[in-house]
Design a protein around this ligand. Structure first.
Ligand code: NIG
Ligand code: FE
Length: 413
């Protein structure tokens, strides 16, 4: 029997009865459409029906009783670096003892430290380490994930990372998007020849990636001390030749015009935005580019939080993601992200849940099929433990209130 009916659901969140929206922006984000005492019916991997319990008719479905529990679409984590080798816990201790993230990077730590580890790790080992992280985040409610390269920094190692992402796509049921982030840091051997490294990316890495169809998106760390706005222009133009859409790291520490450059090239997203000027906000208002905030990164590095209130109060959309990586965010927990967005960024629970579901799906280019409870969308959803209301999800930070995660209509545990 391939029909399943989830019944007596205390609150069914993010329901869309009419034509589904691709994203929600501004004041709209403060509304979370829901049905109290609801049912939901799936057929194979698709949502086929939902409504109020009084209207439920049992057509010999497999019944799953959800009394006291809430169902939400899964989280869509549109910014991660979960393919990496080993950890950087020593740098964490170094920061506690007074070194800054920047000082650690300048001493050969940071991204270059991860690159060295990854270059010396076999593809199989890298796959095993990454698969473990992917399974961990699925259990925490993530039903779609974007994964970046960028810890390889050689032709061979960047391809190794992207091939690992491809294997994850083949072996796991959730949607995975691959982003090529060759321009994450300038490797040691190009220390005095950044243009040489940019040429390597454009002339050697990109054609191979396109040939093997290894990425959908292109990224660059556009930041003082890493890559300039002019470098960003070069990389985005080269990416476009291979049909790669930009999703870029900008405004983490400084505002240098990266947002405007991304918008000019129709970036799907601009991510980080801890430092955001009025000009940046104005530029975003004239675009369809989704701003993405990464509050776990701000928490871990003790840097400012992305000004969510300014973004949303200016009528813009906002997505939330983890940034799961070994240096700035060793956590892939979207529940913590949603909580931290409420606690530290003053987002309402409704705004945070919208930002982590439908807007997260938009930031992965899949909100036409994922990110809300709508007929014909994929049956990717979280069933919580019995809880009082959806406000408990951000309120009870650090508590795992997830009972079960369904992907394509099937329980993952
Ligand atoms: O998104 N900001 C650039 N890249 C990663 C962190 C890199 C690292 O420290 O390994 C980020 O925070
Ligand atoms: Fe990142």
């Amino acid at each position: 029997m391939s029909y399943k009916a989830f019944i007596n659901i205390k609150q069914l969140l993010q329901v869309e009865k009419g034509t589904p929206k691709l994203k929600v922006s501004g004041t709209e984000m403060n509304t979370l459409p829901l049905i109290n005492n609801a049912y939901l019916v799936t057929h194979h991997d698709i949502i086929v029906d939902f409504g109020e319990m009084i209207d439920f008719q049992n057509n010999n479905y497999d019944i799953i009783d959800c009394s006291g529990k809430i169902i939400s679409p899964t989280w869509y984590d549109s910014h991660t670096h979960i393919v990496y080798a080993g950890n950087r816990e020593q740098e964490f201790v170094d920061r506690i003892n007074g070194l800054s993230y920047e000082e650690i990077a300048n001493n050969g730590g940071g991204i270059l430290n991860s690159a060295k580890k990854l270059q010396n790790t076999s593809e199989d080992d890298l796959y095993q380490q990454s698969a473990k992280r992917l399974e961990e985040v699925i259990a925490l409610g993530t039903g779609g994930v974007e994964i970046k390269s960028g810890y390889g920094l050689t032709v061979e190692a960047e391809l190794k990372m992207l091939r690992v992402i491809k294997r994850l796509k083949e072996n796991y049921p959730l949607p995975i998007k691959a982003t090529f982030l060759g321009a994450h840091a300038v490797p040691q051997q190009f220390k005095n020849n950044k243009q040489g490294y940019l040429d390597l990316i454009c002339n050697q890495m990109l054609p191979k990636i396109a040939e093997e169809n290894l990425a959908e998106y292109i990224d660059i760390f556009c930041e003082t001390g890493y890559f300039s706005v002019a470098d960003t222009e070069q990389i985005l133009v080269a990416g476009k030749k291979h049909n790669l859409t930009p999703k870029i790291h900008v405004n983490q520490f400084t505002s240098i015009g990266g947002i405007q450059k991304g918008i000019e090239h129709n970036a799907l997203t601009v991510d980080h935005l801890e430092i955001l000027s009025d000009e940046d906000l104005e530029a975003l208002k004239k675009s369809e580019t989704m701003p993405v905030a990464l509050p776990s990164c701000s928490y871990f590095l003790s840097i400012p939080y992305t000004p969510a209130r300014a973004i949303i109060d200016n009528g813009l959309a906002l997505a939330l993601a983890t940034d799961y990586n070994p240096g700035s965010t060793p956590s892939g927990n979207m529940n913590f992200v949603v909580s931290t967005a409420c606690i530290k960024m003053k987002m309402t629970p409704e705004e945070a849940i919208n930002a982590a579901t439908i807007n997260g799906a938009y930031a992965m280019g899949i909100s036409d099929t994922h990110g809300s409870i709508a007929k014909n969308k994929k049956a990717n959803f979280i069933i919580t433990k019995p809880i009082n209301s959806y406000n408990v999800i951000p309120y009870a930070f650090g508590t795992n209130n997830i009972e079960c995660v369904y992907i394509n209509g099937e329980p993952t545990t």
